[in-house]
Design a protein around this ligand. Structure first.
Ligand code: NDP
Length: 451
């Protein structure tokens, strides 16, 4: 798809990046998608290449790794590895979530931190990019075990964060419970109540609409894409993956818009409810996942529908796909199946859920494809609003925050159209998001000189 001269430059850059970051496939993938988008612009604007902006942007400012020792309920010593990858603070203090999952490693956190840098830039708020976490599996652990782990993790992380330095939030495996334990330990260590974490409970500095923001924002963005072509998500059949924070609030907002979500999943498989997931059924999922910490298969038993063990939902025909679980959950083959079954649009709630081959299939077939750094930016945007409220020692109403979230998603859509609208008929939102996110960070880096 790229001109041969552009492809050559992309290949050359990627060769160097792979050599410098050996054995980090997720990081290579995230960078490649961006480099393919922005290389034509870089070739037209040599100042960025002269200043080695891309080389510098793909080298994190620092990577902190540390031992997390803790004790389980049986009195056994346990040890995990903790990380914070501070990627880029050219446009504001580092900001990005913490992930607790057994798969966490440097490659995954570097990909997430790199994506976060461009995503935060797209929100137009003053936030740099970072990501962190640990290869800790909260599944099956008691509340006390999770608390002891979080306290040990934060004892080290405290040295590296702060409201003007680095402000972590939640991600996979880190929800309100974990943020509570982490913030409690942070306060104990520094003896100050400052907004150094977001996603906090409402009683202690959290923002209304933060937990809903990623899912809601994703649906707002997809609605913007449809609105631009005189259509709407109303009445559209939607396939959603995941059943955690992002999936739940995506389904909720789809119901507000009159769409029909028919699937949800977890790491053991997916449920297919052709009658549609209603608000009552969604409340069941929320209780199942957030309070009882059960498996999605229980939904199929309760509401008498199919459960597809070990499968992903992309075989179910739909108008819109909302991948909202994890990275690389849509392969090229899945993308082709979705397109063959009449797909019109994709809203990526999860980070980088589509493999590069799948991205190319969506682009080639002119699907309304909202890539994660644009579509799921609502979460970090409301985290930014939480920081503002903390700094003002003031809380906005749910309506006020929701209105600001909508405005931000609209603005991100406008930027994607500006930079991705090379033809009037179809917007390439991948190119649009990558270029808009890149330019703001790159121009700030140029202003700083050699740093
Ligand atoms: P949660 O932990 O709340 O939920 C994650 C969901 O994805 C669960 O249903 C989980 O199933 C499923 N899942 C996790 N790993 C896998 C896997 N390897 N295969 C299949 N299913 C899997 O996380 P969130 O909802 O917060 O995050 C989901 C995605 O959205 C992530 O990519 C995250 O980076 C992204 N995101 C989240 C934001 C937020 O505000 N929370 C902001 C922006 C992006 P199970 O319970 O079985 O593990």
């Amino acid at each position: 798809m790229l001109e041969p001269a552009v492809q050559k430059e992309v290949d050359c850059f990627m060769q160097g990046l792979r050599r410098r970051n050996h054995g980090q496939p997720e990081f290579h993938q995230a960078v490649q998608e961006v480099v393919e988008s922005i290389m034509p612009y870089l070739l037209e604007n040599p100042k960025y290449r002269k200043a080695q902006i891309l080389e510098r942007m793909t080298e994190p400012d620092r990577i902190i790794t540390f031992r997390v020792s803790w004790m389980d309920d049986e009195g056994n010593y346990r040890v995990n590895r903790g990380y914070r990858v501070q990627c880029n603070n050219a446009i504001g203090p580092y900001k990005g979530g913490l992930r607790f999952h057994p798969s966490v490693n440097e490659s995954i956190l570097k990909f997430l931190g790199f994506e976060q840098t461009l995503k935060n830039s797209l929100t137009t708020l003053p936030m740099g990019g970072a990501k962190g976490g640990a290869n800790f599996n909260p599944k099956g652990k008691s509340d006390n075990e999770v608390m002891r782990f979080c306290q040990s993790f934060m004892t080290e992380l405290t040295k590296h964060i702060g409201k003007d330095r680095d402000v972590p939030a939640g991600d996979i495996g880190v929800g309100t419970r974990e943020i509570g334990f982490l913030f409690g330990q942070y306060m104990r260590m520094i003896n100050e109540f400052t907004g150094a974490l977001t996603g906090k409970g409402l009683e202690y500095g959290g923002s209304l609409i933060r937990k809903e923001a990623t899912g809601y924002g994703c649906v707002y963005f997809v609605e913007e894409m449809f609105e631009r072509i005189g259509d709407s998500v109303k009445d559209k059949v939607c396939v959603v993956s995941g059943s955690g924070n992002v999936a739940q609030h995506t389904i909720e907002k789809l119901l507000h818009f009159g769409a029909k979500p028919i699937t949800a999943s977890d790491s053991s498989g997916f449920i297919h409810d052709p009658d549609g997931i209603t608000m009552d059924k969604l409340n069941y999922i929320m209780d199942l996942k957030n309070n009882r910490r059960g498996r999605i298969s229980e939904y199929a038993e309760k509401f008498d529908c199919e459960f597809h063990e070990g499968k992903r939902p992309w075989i179910v025909p739909c108008d819109i796909a909302f991948p909202s679980a994890t990275q690389n959950e849509i392969s090229a083959e899945d993308a082709q199946t979705l397109v063959d079954n009449g797909l019109r649009a994709v809203g990526e709630g999860a980070n980088m859920p589509t493999e590069i081959g799948g991205v190319h299939i969506f682009q080639k077939n002119k699907i309304l494809y909202a890539p994660s750094k644009a579509a799921n930016a609502g979460g970090v945007a409301v985290s930014g609003l939480e920081q503002t409220q903390n700094a003002q020692r003031y809380s906005w109403t749910a309506e006020e925050v929701d209105t600001k979230l909508k405005e931000i998603m609209k603005e991100i859509h406008t930027q994607c159209v500006k930079y991705g609208g090379w033809t009037n008929e179809h917007i390439d939102y991948v190119n649009g998001a990558n270029l808009a996110g890149f330019i703001r960070v790159a121009d700030a880096m140029l202003a700083y000189g050699v740093v």
